[in-house]
Design a protein around this ligand. Structure first.
Ligand code: C2E
Ligand code: MG
Ligand code: MG
Length: 770
């Protein structure tokens, strides 16, 4: 198309635009090929081959341009309007197109589109001049040119209006029939295979005219259709019956169709196509008519290209939006989206109360470490699914990050069927708590991950709007603080509403966390040993290793304070290994001194990673002593959390030779049938029940039944926290033969313990380290 233009002297294009940016844009695109006149304001239209204007300049020059064009007719003085989006909306374009303007380019546009449009207009001008000069315009040619021009103008209007590709093609086909009075037309695109490669077939996307063409069916493209589609340029078929490939349909070709024109449509995105126009006259489609229809095809091509590019951009935009606002792993909203939505709710004119629920999974890091990230991801996915199902559709659920989720609940009357109800009379805070309980219950149901049953515990903190703040970030932060409160508060429900004192506790805890990290790195932790005795004789039968964290001022941080932090941060794994290693070295050292002292070691749930634990533990102990010397104390809650997996791990421990004890028995709710199947040697009665001995009847009752239970299962009962001689005798009377407690000794350093065992008795006060 361009070759003919290049042979001509350079065209003179006047650019009269109000917007400087657009002037520069056109300059960049056009300066190589054309002679540009810029900044010559109001240069008369006749002096240029093409005038490019915009809505502002057009408004000023409208009548002048209109007059000049009327006078020059039939020679065309082309005018191209650069239109902004708003010009399309306010009707400027419709008013001028075909009158004072021949074509419109909507900006933003591409260089390719601009060049094609301009090229078209220049050809239109040249054509009109040639016709005028030669005076050889036959009547048929004139008729053909006139109808092609009508179709072209009507087509331009459609191009600006229509947003969908199918709608565009249908409208263009209809215009070719209505305005151009051609009998039949269709637009087809090259079919592609699964890989997007051309399949050699053409699919009709739209058609109009005397015959109903099959729209969807693919047919093999050959002859002029194939040539037009494959870069051969426009194909005129002067004598249709002689060219069977110009009629690729299975239905019979109507006899009255005599000639055809196949025009390529090559949008810059997607497959090539063809616009086919049929005529009833043989040898129809003069050069001029063909030129105009080619221009129509070129515009269709640009229209299709623009729509496809828009669609693509829209797709990309929504993909980016998706990426920016949703969490790729779980599909929930991410933190950014959450904060934005929460801000919206907070600033909405509707007065409503909001509750922010900060949901955190307990010990999730350990799931990840033990089972790997793939399993960890699976847990997170299942948890988010449950979370989304546990709340109402209009509650907001987001993944805050890691294993933290946030639910925003609003106080609109809650109903399942979407019908508004009377406001709920229950206090809002209580409803928020109820939702938290419901969520926690749902999340605690077992999950099956890679064939293993897992249970996840959760801690939930709640903050309320407006009580606890007015800004999204602040409310989230307070809910987070409340969550920490719930976690360390150790309440069994692990749900807490924000209280101002929590912020202070949180700060203290964060500093504790940092100090604990340093203590572990700096090897500051110590082990002390509390004797376990035969209650009748007072003879030491073993010791329990208990962690001590000495401070510079001579005090100690209690394990109840730092063990939860170690569990939460995952530090417990390293600490636990150090304890096992130290305790077994200690046993070996004592044995070297001819002292046979078995050691009980506490194991946190967080230390157990299940498969492989028994080997890991044995590897730590075996270099020093046989595992038989070590009794592992696990808590009842561990059994509850993950019964099946824990059971098989405990069995594996026993097979390695370790002894097993259930610590703090009576505080959890282990089912007795479970206990029956576990390979346990010792049941440690929690000190709370021992403390109740002689004080409450129920205390005695519980101790009595635990001892009975242990006896029936042939397990050794051992009472913790014996502080008085009275407690000791009552336990003995109930049939409990073993125990530990301050009455006998506090936990003491290893060398002191040696003296205790050797009978070099020391008064308890002197050994006090707690
Ligand atoms: P636990 O395993 O139940 O340990 C017994 C706790 O009772 C110890 O507290 C001990 O000092 C205390 N105690 C002993 N006799 C008496 C008594 O007559 N009266 C009272 N009131 N208390 C007594 P401690 O040392 O503060 O440890 C608390 C908890 O921290 C332990 O409870 C255990 O669960 C955990 N812990 C301690 N050391 C370790 C460890 O090495 N690893 C793990 N995972 N946990 C540990
Ligand atoms: Mg213990
Ligand atoms: Mg205990």
């Amino acid at each position: 198309m361009t070759s003919r233009v290049e042979e001509e002297p350079k065209a003179v294009i006047t650019i009269d635009l109000w917007n400087r940016g657009n002037i520069h844009l056109l300059e960049r695109v056009l300066a190589n090929e054309h002679h540009l006149e810029i900044g010559v304001r109001d240069r008369s239209v006749e002096l240029s081959d093409l005038t490019i204007i915009d809505a502002t300049t057009l408004q000023r020059r409208e009548s002048e341009i209109h007059q000049a064009r009327e006078q020059a007719a039939p020679v065309v003085l082309p005018v191209l309007l650069i239109a902004e989006k708003r010009d399309l909306r306010n009707g400027v374009v419709e008013r001028h197109l075909g009158r004072s303007v021949d074509d419109v380019v909507r900006i933003p546009s591409t260089a390719a589109e601009l060049l094609t449009r301009i090229d078209n207009l220049l050809r239109l001008r040249r054509l009109s001049r040639e016709q005028y000069a030669r005076h050889r315009v036959t009547e048929q040619m004139l008729r053909g040119t006139a109808r092609a021009l009508r179709a072209l103008n009507a087509g331009n209007e459609v191009l600006l209006r229509v947003q969908q590709e199918q709608e565009l093609l249908d409208a263009i086909c209809q215009i070719i029939i209505d305005e151009g009075r051609y009998p039949l037309t269709w637009v087809g695109f090259c079919a592609t295979d699964e890989d997007g490669e051309p399949a050699g077939d053409v699919e009709v996307h739209s058609s109009a005219g005397s015959v109903d063409l099959p729209v969807a069916g693919a047919m093999t493209a050959a002859g002029p259709i194939a040539r037009a589609m494959n870069g051969g340029g426009p194909q005129t078929v002067a004598d249709l019956p002689q060219e069977p490939h110009a009629w690729p349909f299975e239905i019979a070709r109507p006899d009255d169709l005599a000639s055809a024109l196949m025009l390529p449509i090559t949008p810059h995105m997607g497959s090539e196509g063809v616009l086919a126009i049929y005529s009833r006259a043989q040898g129809d489609f003069s050069d001029e008519e063909r030129d105009l229809l080619e221009r129509l095809a070129a515009n269709v091509m640009l229209g299709v290209g623009t729509i496809r590019a828009d669609r693509d951009r829209e797709r990309q935009r929504s993909a980016i939006h998706e990426l920016a606002f949703s969490d790729p792993l779980t599909g929930l909203s991410n933190r950014t989206h959450l904060v934005a939505r929460l801000d919206e709710l907070l600033h909405a004119s509707v007065e409503r109360r909001l509750a922010i629920l900060f949901v955190d999974l307990d010990h999730f890091k350990l799931v990840n470490d033990a089972l790997g990230h793939v399993a960890g991801d699976e847990v997170l996915r299942q948890v988010s699914h449950r979370l989304a199902n546990a709340v109402r559709g209009d509650d907001l659920v987001a993944r805050q990050g890691g294993d933290e989720f946030i639910v925003v609940m609003s106080d609109e009357p809650r109903s399942e069927d979407g019908i508004a109800r009377e406001p709920d009379p229950m206090p809002f805070a209580r409803r928020a708590r109820e939702l938290a309980t419901h969520i926690a219950d749902k999340l605690r149901e077992p999950l099956i991950v890679h064939g293993y049953e897992r249970r996840v515990g959760v801690s939930i903190g709640i903050s309320l709007y407006p009580e606890h703040g007015e800004a999204a970030e602040l409310l989230i932060d307070k809910a987070d603080t409340a969550m920490y409160g719930a976690k360390v508060g150790g309440s069994s429900s692990r749900i807490a509403l924000y209280e101002p004192s929590m912020s202070q506790e949180r700060r203290q805890r964060l500093s504790l966390e940092a100090r604990l990290h340093r203590a572990v790195d700096g090897d500051e932790l110590d082990l002390c040993y509390q004797p376990m005795v035969e209650l009748g004789s007072g003879q030491i039968v073993g010791v329990e290793a208990l962690l001590r964290w000495p401070q510079a001022d001579g005090s100690f941080v209690a394990p109840s304070e730092f063990i939860p932090v170690a569990e939460e941060t995952g530090l417990i794994t390293g600490i636990g290994e150090w304890v096992l290693d130290t305790a077994s070295r200690q046993i070996a050292e004592w044995r070297a001194q001819s002292l046979a002292i078995p050691v009980a070691v506490n194991i946190s749930p967080g230390q157990l990673q299940l498969p492989g634990d028994h080997r890991r533990f044995a590897d730590l102990v075996s270099p020093h002593v046989e595992p038989e010397w070590v009794e592992l104390e696990v808590t009842e809650s561990l059994l509850m959390a993950n019964p099946e997996a824990t059971e098989s791990t405990l069995r594996a421990f026993t097979e390695q030779g370790f002894r097993l004890a259930i610590d703090d028995f009576g505080t959890g709710y282990s089912s007795l049938t479970r206990l029956q199947h576990l390979p346990i040697q010792t049941l440690k009665i929690d000190k709370a029940f021992v403390a109740d001995l002689g004080r409450t009847r129920s205390g005695e009752g519980i101790v009595h039944s635990i001892i009975e239970l242990a006896r029936s299962l042939s397990i050794r009962p051992l009472a913790e926290g014996i502080e008085t001689d009275g407690q000791r005798s009552m336990l003995l009377a109930e049939g409990c033969r073993w125990g530990q407690g301050h009455w006998f000794s506090h936990a003491v350093p290893a060398d002191e313990l040696v003296r205790l065992v050797r009978g070099e008795a020391i008064p308890p006060q002197a050994s006090r380290v707690e």
